[in-house]
Design a protein. Structure first.
Length: 374
């Protein structure tokens, strides 16, 4: 079997999607005759001016012609990111499928998730993505929560869906004590200072504001009064800074900034828990990464997060800070069990299991005339 995996436009910096295509290529190597990752070519986007505008020309004018050529000779064409659903016709008569990671963009554009006001161009792009996804014949969904969104937003479509859980896109394990102490020192944390950890950005659904509010409520409990909170990832926005100041957390909440993979592993290892109360996730890597590092997980009762975290997490309402803190305090004595349960939960997300499942999907798609673009 010869596979063509259509990946993303590299200048867009969609690291998780780029890693997904590379992960597929890695785990399928030796299991199929050929697997080839094809990136959307950078042509005009190389110019030193108007890169964003010329990037649109690369992606939506030039790319379809080039991708049609790349799909020749393939037995199955896999579009690896639902935001590239408009490339499905490039497969021509070849059997094809697409992976849907989440529908946060289309749902936001339709006003389901708050935020905005959105630009007309954003709304138009998200509607185009949803329409194109609705024409797919075979959709791999990374969680049952994402599958429900796909079926709800593309009603009456002639498509087949399949839930396939993703393994971690790199190896995570508990970091050595010296690495943990090094990252503590970098952030100004004492060697024994307990801290809650969060990794994410400022988009509303990541709920950084909720992280701060929950942490402020936790500080009211005697067992958490000495704790700090490290919020890493993209630089904080003014809303987060103002909230920390209004809640008198200037000395307790620490801006971690961007971290390397090795620093991330050490931060998970040293934390008393991952605090990850997103309002929605299509999948959610951090809870699994934390579990692999032996870090207890506190996460949301929304989207895919309870499904992915399994029975190895404290599940809270992300919009009820006081209630979440109460739940955490009540279940805090159980964290050693959660740590061990986290390692067991990871058995559901192994490379070998993922590879065998995807190989079965490809064989099914290759044999099905319904998977051909019409």
């Amino acid at each position: 079997m010869r596979l063509v995996l259509i990946s993303n436009y590299i200048p867009d910096g969609q690291e998780s999607m780029l890693r997904y295509a590379q992960m597929l290529s890695r785990v399928l190597a030796g299991r199929v005759d050929e697997v080839r990752v094809v990136h959307i070519p950078v042509v005009l986007g190389r110019l030193p001016f108007l890169r964003k505008q010329f990037g649109y020309v690369d992606k939506y004018v030039l790319a379809p012609w080039w991708l049609r050529l790349q799909c020749r000779g393939a037995d199955v064409v896999h579009v690896c990111d639902h935001t590239n659903a408009m490339y499905l016709p490039c497969a021509g008569t070849k059997p094809s499928l697409i992976t849907c990671h989440d529908l946060i963009g289309p749902r936001s554009a339709r006003g389901e998730l708050g935020g905005g006001p959105w630009k007309r161009t954003f709304i138009a792009l998200q509607e185009w993505i949803a329409r194109s996804l609705g024409r797919a014949r075979y959709v791999v969904c990374v969680s049952a929560a994402t599958e429900r969104d796909v079926l709800r937003l593309t009603p009456g479509r002639d498509m087949k869906t399949r839930v396939v859980y993703l393994p971690l896109n790199r190896h995570y394990a508990p970091a050595a004590p010296d690495r943990v102490q090094a990252v503590r020192a970098k952030l100004g944390l004492g060697p024994d200072t307990p801290y809650f950890f969060h990794i994410g950005g400022n988009v509303p659904y990541k709920n950084r504001v909720g992280v701060v509010r929950i942490f402020a409520e936790l500080k009211k409990y005697p067992q958490f009064q000495a704790a700090k909170a490290v919020l890493a990832g993209k630089p904080w926005n003014e809303e987060v800074r103002a909230l920390c100041q209004s809640l008198h957390l200037e000395d307790s909440a620490i801006e971690g900034g961007f971290v390397t993979d090795e620093e991330l592993e050490a931060l998970y290892t040293g934390a008393v828990a991952l605090l990850y109360p997103s309002l929605i996730e299509g999948y959610g890597w951090p809870p699994l990464e934390a579990q692999a590092c032996g870090c207890p997980v506190i996460t949301s009762n929304r989207g895919s997060l309870p499904e992915v975290a399994g029975d190895a997490a404290i599940i809270v309402d992300p919009e009820d800070a006081a209630g979440a803190a109460g739940t955490i305090a009540e279940q805090w004595p159980d964290r050693e069990r959660l740590r061990e349960a986290g390692f067991r939960n990871l058995e559901r997300f192994q490379d070998s299991q993922f590879a065998e499942t995807m190989l079965g999907v490809y064989k099914e798609v290759a044999a099905s005339r319904a998977a051909r673009w019409r």
